[in-house]
Design a protein around this ligand. Structure first.
Ligand SMILES: NC(=O)c1ccc[n+]([C@@H]2O[C@H](COP(=O)([O-])OP(=O)(O)OC[C@H]3O[C@@H](n4cnc5c(N)ncnc54)[C@H](O)[C@@H]3O)[C@@H](O)[C@H]2O)c1
Ligand SMILES: O=P(O)(O)OC[C@H](O)CO
Length: 341
């Protein structure tokens, strides 16, 4: 079934998801915050800032008007940074058709409340959308999907039927989509892996080698599963695409903005300088604050996230953070994660 779809957010990921949907024959309109970018996408079929050198399909149009983007659409896909989700959801709340499906592909928590993105959407759009909000996550760098490199993602929704509709909408020969009923696990896995990716960039920058990287990813997964389970996720979700899958790709790829930001910090650069140099969303920075707060709220131990918090926000030397992690007291390996599997 061909759909009329609005994709809100014309950064790297929003533009690429819009292209996947356009490749699948859907009628897609992108919303870009800046008018010049909307004009560039519609008239030149490029998005040079976020996807340099890439030609977009001629059928893919963009607008800077939210009302125009949403007019007559059956599906709305949110791909804005997590810090702007509530503002945008509030603005479009009254404009979304009552029966429309809502999808988000955002990997982060709301600042200060530390709510998940589907919670924010539900609060702003209303209870009538409860069964129709879906999250799309998994190991998927925009730079590779745009070249049709084989990619797998997962969609999670409270209703299996909704998840399957979204699965069919996005799935094609280069973009394979799985379903999972665990919305909390998929959202928490996608958000928290960014912290470990930042730490990976740091450890790589310090020249600590492959053993340290493997340790970080494995013990990072333990922290993700521990907090996620306390928040209500199914632990098994963290061995899936939104857990291990995304952790592997983000910690090992030079495409990762989070990895690159961590690497720059290892070279002695301060956070404002790093953010200015990146010029793109680095969700892991805010998510480190989220993990710090959520670990306290749910009373779970997250030593890697705690050390990263001190490096990012209290000026701790990265090498000292690693030394302190290695100097922690003796402990058992998997007990806390295995509970509930
Ligand atoms: N890039 C990827 O490969 C990728 C893959 C999967 C998921 N994601 C997730 O997708 C989300 C969006 O990331 P992205 O990669 O497209 O980011 P990006 O940095 O490429 O683009 C961000 C877009 O958001 C816009 N923006 C910035 N502040 C805004 C605000 N206050 N209100 C509205 N729009 C604003 C920018 O103008 C830009 O168009 C993030 O949560 C990210 O983790 C990204
Ligand atoms: O570039 P990053 O670090 O924001 O990661 C992008 C995606 O989340 C990878 O799946």
């Amino acid at each position: 079934m061909k759909r009329k779809i609005a994709v809100l957010g014309a950064g790297s990921w929003g533009t690429v998801l819009a292209k996947v949907l356009a490749d699948n024959g859907h009628q897609v309109e992108l919303w870009a915050r800046r008018e010049e970018l909307a004009a560039e996408i519609t008239l030149k079929h490029t998005n040079e800032k976020y996807l340099p050198g890439i030609k977009l399909p001629a059928e893919l149009t963009a607008t800077s008007s939210l009302a125009e983007a949403l007019s007559g659409k059956e599906v709305v896909v949110f791909v804005v940074p997590s810090h702007s989700m509530r503002e945008i959801a509030r603005e479009v709340g009254g404009l979304i058709a009552p029966g429309a499906l809502v999808v988000h592909a955002v990997k982060g928590f709301e600042i200060d409340t530390w709510k998940r993105m589907s919670e924010v959407l539900l609060e702003e759009l209303g209870e009538s959308f409860a069964e129709r909000i879906t999250v799309l996550s998994g190991p998927s760098h925009a730079e590779e999907v745009i070249k049709k490199c084989p990619t797998t993602v997962v969609v999670a929704s409270p209703g299996q039927e909704t998840a399957e509709q979204v699965q069919m909408m996005f799935m094609n020969r280069y973009f394979r989509v799985y379903t999972n009923p665990d919305v909390i696990g998929v959202e928490v896995g996608g958000a928290l892996k960014n912290i470990i990716a930042l730490a990976s960039g740091l450890v790589d920058g310090l020249g600590f080698g492959d053993n340290a990287k493997a340790a970080l990813m494995t013990r990072g997964l333990a922290e993700i599963a521990r907090l996620g389970s306390a928040m209500g996720a199914k632990p098994i979700t963290f061995v899936g695409l939104a857990g291990v899958g995304d952790l592997v790709v983000t910690c090992t790829s030079r495409h990762s903005r989070n990895w690159r930001a961590g690497h720059k910090i290892s070279q002695g650069k301060k956070l404002p300088e790093v953010l200015a140099e990146m010029g793109m969303v680095v969700e892991g920075i805010k998510t480190t604050k989220a993990a710090h707060a959520l670990a306290r709220r749910y009373d779970v131990e997250m030593p890697i996230a705690a050390q990263l918090y001190e490096v990012l926000f209290a000026g701790k030397e990265p090498a000292l953070a690693v030394k302190e992690l290695m100097g922690r007291g003796r402990t058992k390996e998997l007990e806390e994660i295995v509970q509930g599997w």
